[in-house]
Ligand binder design. Structure first.
Ligand code: HEM
Length: 471
């Protein structure tokens, strides 16, 4: 039986328990608010949504397609927005200030880099902050692999891979079997880069398991959601680090100039045994990831637009390439001091800004040709304000832009010149500019569903057209 005195004691206990509970909650809330305000810059700030949630800040406003959410925010608050993403230093979405604030754009934090182990973040060009190590690695990548001279020397590797790709497309044309465009583009980019880096095709043993291309794309896209994007490549390379390095060592032949990168990385690592190779593997994985996903996404989106019925753009491109081949050619917050702030530039929105582009939402590559309304707009370089920013800008811009342009151009020149493509129903169903239905989200925003297309050799009905490999 419970006596009234017991109830009193129980009440006191509960009260004191509740009191403790309230006190703990209060302290926790104050701590959260304090953490949220940590690093908040003082002074005049660009407009933006109100304070945001503790810890999360404004993260919850980004949603599954952050580029679109940011656009909606910029329609509400103006072209420059102040946002706080997580408890790390705040970001602001700024457009034309890339050059005057280069230190802000070169900052990096790597919240999801840790699970990359055994791949070493200490040798990552993409994830290191703006420090001497980052500079040294970037310089090595550029000098040894991505400079115009190195790209010229490695031409034979691309030609060889393009030959194999054309062979694959001819086999599909002969058998009438559709080709998965993402797989085709992915095997092209990864095989070229792997041949340059480790003198191995990824479809050759012992790297055969890397052939699981769709799974790889998924895994690497998952990086943006916080998973380890290096896992898929890393586990394969980790099987035999000696072999990886030996392959890098064999690459003394012209065009396979990766030895000095990996020699440098290996010798500058203080670790021994297995972990000695971590930087080597990390660098290989990094270049494979940075080059393959981006180039594949570019090819896949372009191919998607070209194949969309009634394929008028495809016909125009084919005519243009044929003509070239026939002619024997080859193919206002400037003063605002935002310490600890990172600039985040929504290039998706800039690329669709109706005040900058005519028919901003349409796939119109001809706008960049002489006579087109955007003929003055360049693809790379930091001269003046350019509204086309596919490779980023400034010191942190893409060091592989030349390689990317070559890989994408070679793919289209050869596969569009040599083949007609019969698209699948998925493209007929979606209308031009209707990207919302297609976008997969994430950092790269690869189309949500891969699609297939059936190639047929061009002009075959007229006895077959000679389709030389274009280099
Ligand atoms: C069409 C293909 C490509 C596109 C659209 C592309 C785009 C980009 C973009 C937007 C960035 C970020 C720039 C920034 O943060 O401001 C970047 C960085 C980077 N890209 Fe590319 N890229 C492509 C191809 C390549 C290739 C082929 C390679 C290497 C072989 C490469 C290596 C890198 C590296 C290492 C970085 C990090 C640079 C740093 O943080 O210092 N990319 N790329």
């Amino acid at each position: 039986m419970i006596m009234s005195s017991d109830i009193g004691t129980l009440g006191t206990i509960l009260l004191s328990y509740n009191g403790w509970w309230y006190a703990i909650s209060m302290v926790a809330s104050l701590l959260l608010i304090a953490v949220s305000y940590r690093g908040r810059p003082r002074g005049r700030l660009p407009p933006g949504p109100s304070m945001g949630l503790p810890i999360l800040g404004h993260m919850h406003l980004l949603g599954p397609l952050p580029h679109k959410s940011l656009r909606a925010l910029s329609l509400k608050y103006g072209p420059i927005i102040f946002l706080r993403l997580g408890s790390s230093p705040p970001w602001s979405s700024l457009r034309p200030l890339l050059r005057s604030n280069s230190c802000m754009t070169t900052m990096r934090t790597s919240p999801f880099a840790r699970p990359w182990s055994p791949l070493s973040i200490s040798f990552s060009a993409t994830r290191l902050a703006d420090d001497p190590r980052w500079k040294a690695i970037r310089r090595l990548f550029v000098q040894e692999l991505l400079s115009p001279k190195s790209l010229l020397t490695s031409k034979h590797v691309r030609n060889q891979e393009m030959g194999l790709l054309l062979h694959e497309a001819r086999c599909s044309a002969a058998s009438g079997k559709p080709v998965n465009i993402r797989e085709l583009a992915y095997s092209w980019t990864t095989n070229v880069m792997a041949c340059l880096l480790i003198s191995q095709r990824l479809s050759d043993a012992p790297y055969r398991r890397l052939r699981a291309i769709p799974a790889l794309v998924r895994t690497s896209r998952a990086a943006t959601e916080g998973e380890s994007s290096g896992k898929a490549y890393g586990c394969a390379l980790a099987t035999d680090p000696g072999q990886t390095t030996a392959a890098a060592g064999r690459s003394r032949s012209p065009g396979r100039s990766s030895l000095s990168i990996f020699g440098y990385l290996r010798h500058s690592s203080r670790h021994s045994d297995e972990s000695e190779y971590a930087p080597v593997k990390g660098a290989i994985v990094e270049i494979l990831l940075a080059s393959s996903d981006t180039t594949t996404a570019t090819i896949e989106w372009c191919m998607r637009e070209l194949l969309r019925p009634p394929q008028l753009k495809m016909e125009k491109l084919q005519e243009e390439i044929s003509a070239l081949v026939g002619a024997g050619k080859q193919g206002t917050y400037r003063d605002c001091r935002l310490k600890n702030t990172r600039l985040f530039c929504n290039i998706w929105t800039i690329g669709r800004d109706e005040s900058l582009w005519e028919a901003a939402h349409e796939f119109q590559p001809e706008r960049f040709l002489p006579g087109g309304h955007a003929s003055e707009v360049g693809l790379v370089g930091i001269q003046g304000y350019q509204p086309l920013i596919p490779f980023g800008r400034g010191r942190r811009g893409c060091p592989g832009s030349n390689a990317g342009i070559i890989m994408v151009s070679l793919f289209f020149t050869n596969l569009v010149h040599g083949f007609d493509w019969h698209s699948s129903s998925i493209l007929a169903a979606s209308s031009p500019g209707d990207e919302a239905a297609d976008e997969g989200g994430g950092l790269l925003n690869i189309p949500s569903k891969p699609f297939t297309a059936r190639p047929s050799i061009r002009g075959q009905e007229h006895g077959g057209m000679k389709s030389p490999q274009l280099t």
